[in-house]
Every structure is written in structure tokens, then in C-alpha cells.
Design a protein around this ligand. Sequence first.
Ligand code: UDP
Length: 322
Amino acid sequence: MILVTGGAGYIGSHTIKGLLDNGYDCAVADNLVYGHRGAVDPRAAFEQADLLDKDSLRHVFCKFRPEAVIHFAAFAYVGESVCLPQKYYRNNVIGTLNLLSVMREFSVEKIVFSSTCATYGEPQYLPIDEEHPQNPINPYGRTKLMIEQILSDYRQAYGLKYISLRYFNAAGAAADGSIGESHRPETHLIPLVLQAIKGERQSIKIFGSDYNTPDGTCIRDYIHVEDLAEAHCLALEKAGIFNGCLNLGTGKGSSVKEVVAAAEKASGLKCSLEYAPRRPGDPAQLWADNRKAKEVLGWHPRYTDINEIVRTAWNWEINRKF
Ligand code: UDP
């Protein structure tokens, strides 16, 4: 049995589906603050539990006796983390310490952790490999870096088996249209563009068109959520053999304008755009060196074309269930 914290969230719910399709038994612990109960595959067991409540965590471990944990549960709004750092340090860092402590009580030795390229901060070179200096520029990124460091210390002291997966920009939706991205409030580029195309928003703002990039807009590495899900399944098998951090990205960047073009292509409709100033804290370009994840996990992202990725997101957006 694999316990998935935050399994009602965007990447968690796709990972559950991937795990179940690969023959694992899964249980989800989620406080449903941002997650959706309807995102959790009905084949998985579900328990509403908050990592800040250690007794309810113990109850979850008692009930499911997991052999490993995949840990997604976290607050992940960068802007909010700047205004409300206490909320983020408390939830993300203390929640993880509670989880690790209950794992030790129940002799659970293995964890796959949801980390982020936000731990790198402003890139000093591209593509970003795992050795790139980590200087996160917001509290959200700092909580994730602290947790990476906690896991490394627990490895040294207690023999914890762990892999931290540093995602670049998670994107897209399940190919069968059953689940997809649904944040409230939504801040991410692809769903915002698709919602503007659908007429649910008047327009979208392009944050900066004067960057030093070929078309002047920011470049990001959009990695399909099903490719992320697959990497988690593989990491479960490899944690303990390899312990450490791996980048998950396609290794290729797409600009904001290219994302908009992909959305217009997928939908056959135009998106109304506004040009706005740069968003503070946005680096001009980010993309991953993903060779280590490929080598360690035997992972190969299936979606390498932004048009295909956005097509799955559009397919979800027009039939969204939550
Ligand atoms: N972006 C934008 N308009 C929006 C939202 C995002 O131009 O309404 C840009 C943002 O500046 C960044 C890219 O789209 O370059 C991806 O942003 P997102 O918030 O989706 O992910 P992030 O890179 O911040 O994790």
C-alpha cells in the first residue's frame, strides 16, 4: 500500500491514477483545503487528514499500514507565500516533519517528495541541472528547499530512503479527460489562456514582452502531468538504490506566446491578450537538464511537443468535472 499525501491535488491525483494503473494499492490523505475529492480515483482509499494533526496521521498509518509515502501535500501559491510566510512554513515544513515522525513511528522508510525548480531561484546557467546553486527567491521555494535538506539529514541519521523530484512547469491533463488542473484561484498560464478562449475570462495578461528571448516573452519548460506521474511510480522503485534530487522537465522551453499559439491551435479559437508589465520574481528563461532523471529512473517523457500538452489541457477544460 502506497500512501499519497495531497493526492486530491493536481499532480497527486494524476499520480494516483498512474499508480493504480500500474497495479499498486493506494490510499490518499488530503485535507481538501485546495484538493478536490472528485479528483481522487474511486479505486483509491481516501481519508480526510491534515498533516498538522499528528493523531489523524497516526490513524491513517494505522489503518493503511503503508510501505512507502509519496508526499505532495503543500501550499503552492508563490504570491501568497510572500504575503503569508507563516502559513507556508507551518503547513509545508511542520506538516512534513510530522509526516516523517509518524513514518518513523510506523517504520516506514521510503518517501518520494514533490519538490520544484523554484528551489533554484534565478538561473545562473541553462539548462538547469541538479548541481545548479539553490537560492529560492520566495518563501514557497524556501519551504521546498528546507524539506529537501531535512530529507537528506534524515537519510544520514536514520537511513531514510528518499527521492526529491524537482518539477518544472506541470501542465496538461489525463489523456482520457477524467482529471485535470483545477486551482482556485487559478494563477497558471495554460488554464488561464484556455479559460479566456472559452469566454470565462475577458482576456489574459502577458506578463512582460521585453525579455531577452526570441519573442520577448518568458520561456518555461512545460512537463506533462502524466509524465510526472510516471516518474513518481519509477521513483518509488528506485528510492533507496538512489537517494537524492532529480529534475523533471522535457529539457525544452516554450515561450508564453508559443503557449498561447498552441492553445489557439488546439481550440481553433482566438485568445484575447493584454500586454502587462513583468511579474516580479519571474526569470526570463527556465528549462531543465533532465538527463539524470532519465538515467536514474529510466524515465522518458512522452509529451515533448507543447501543442500536444496543451491539447490534453483543452480536452479537460471543455469537459471539466471539478
Ligand atoms: N504568465 C503570464 N500571464 C499569466 C500567468 C502567467 O504571462 O496570467 C507567464 C509567467 O510570467 C511565466 C509563465 O507564464 O513566465 C508561466 O507562469 P505560471 O504562473 O503558469 O508558472 P510559473 O512559471 O510561475 O511556475
